[in-house]
Write a protein that binds this ligand. Sequence first.
Ligand code: UN1
Length: 525
Amino acid sequence: MAQARKALSKSAKRSQGRAPSSSARAQVKTFHNYIGGEWVASVSGEWFENANPADTRDVVGRFPASTATDVNRAVEAARAAFDRWRHTPAPRRAELLFRLGEILIRNKDRFAAEMTREMGKVLKETGGDVQEAIDCTYYTAGEGRRLHGFTTPAEMPNKFAMCVRQPVGVCGLITPWNFPMAIPSWKLIPALVCGNTVVIKPAEDTPLSTFNLVKACEEAGIPAGVVNLVAGYGDTAGRALVEHRDVRLISFTGSTETGRIVASTCADRNAICSLEMGGKNVIIVMDDADIDLAIEGALWGAFGTSGQRCTASSRLVVHKKVYKQFTKKLVERARALRVGDGSDPNTDVGPVINADAVHKIMGYVEVGEREDGARRACGGKRLEKGEHAHGYFIEPTVFADVEADMRIAQEEIFGPVTCVIPADSLEEAIGIGNGVRYGLSASIYTRDVNRAFHAMNEMYTGIFYVNSSTIGAEVHLPFGGTKATGNGHREAGTQVLDIFSEWKSVYVDYSGKLQRAQIDEVNFE
Ligand code: UN1
């Protein structure tokens, strides 16, 4: 259990404690939990501060460090609101969600700016994050007028068979910091359209973006208790939510290690559990590829969001015939990327999320340097001077001549570090691509349609791209992965409805007599 506690607790870019009373600190905005339609402080009176990873002197806000007591109250509010919400016709539920979509559109620029301030990624990307929440809201709200079930023939005459979806109950949503509005929306919107009520526990590094989303839900008129927000740490608030007997479903996005703890806790109490976890995604570059296009894709996939996407292109498997040319150009382009504050429009790569992330990523740079044969071709340093003095900045880093079984080619680094691995053939590249414990996203650059389809068929991942990077999934297609990336569920698309609703098979016998399935013989005369 001690180990489990440690894994659930992520250190954040801030300190915890009673609200400071100095006048400078007094100007820091205080945010509250949202429970049963009220904005409330944590019962314990504890807070944590959310700092800007580009300049930690800039405190974004003070958020409740919630405990089990707060979580219990939120779950109770969600439970109390469930019956009324599930009896609200789905098209009516959806109307509120369409209103929510409008509010998100109206506030897109502000939400993006605030997200860059708390999370670090560049403004274009935080705009994309908010846009993904908007897309998800409109697309999934449309399900309010579908939520299709099906009918099917019954075995017996004068008997009707059909399947309908029913809501699950109270859902606990535990969300990560790298897509602080998009990923909560992937969970929240389908949960609501299906008739569930929710308690969201956002990542302690990025509570403001989820606060903005929940505030927009309030403004849209979603009834009290349907959406509840409890900020705090994984080993307190997160744990209490996962362990709560009245929370029927946990939807978690985060590390594979924490996901395992979430899954086993849910298994103990027969709760439904959907997990989205790590990745070690591959771009395969064949000798017939448009090399410049492949380099654009590799740079975007490896260094977009400072490499902090579970879909990041952290392995580039390149055919030996174009390997030198590709690596040389890639390194030139990576060196030219501008690292800085994400709110500066000239910045290409923002900071990483917190001090722990710096430590972990720099640790992997050291591991890479120690690997026999691997060559750090560029980057590899933390930037700490001038404009970078107060943030968590790491140079875009390329390791070349990497072998497929090296640690830097196997483990998820979650930072601006990518590996170039040479391969002799498509078969070898596919073998390397599949040779990791994760299975989220993969891509191939080739002009040969046969190779493209062959790779599509052979890569055991949840997402596959041709002539495009490993990042950039759209909300109307299922999102998720195989192996250690997930546990078989898919978010987004209409497939997400299978997480947030349960099937009910309905038999209507209108024969007026006892008909026994599997036993009675049907008379053909
Ligand atoms: C994630 O990194 O956890 O496909 C999600 C993408 C984004 C979502 C990434 N639309 O890169």
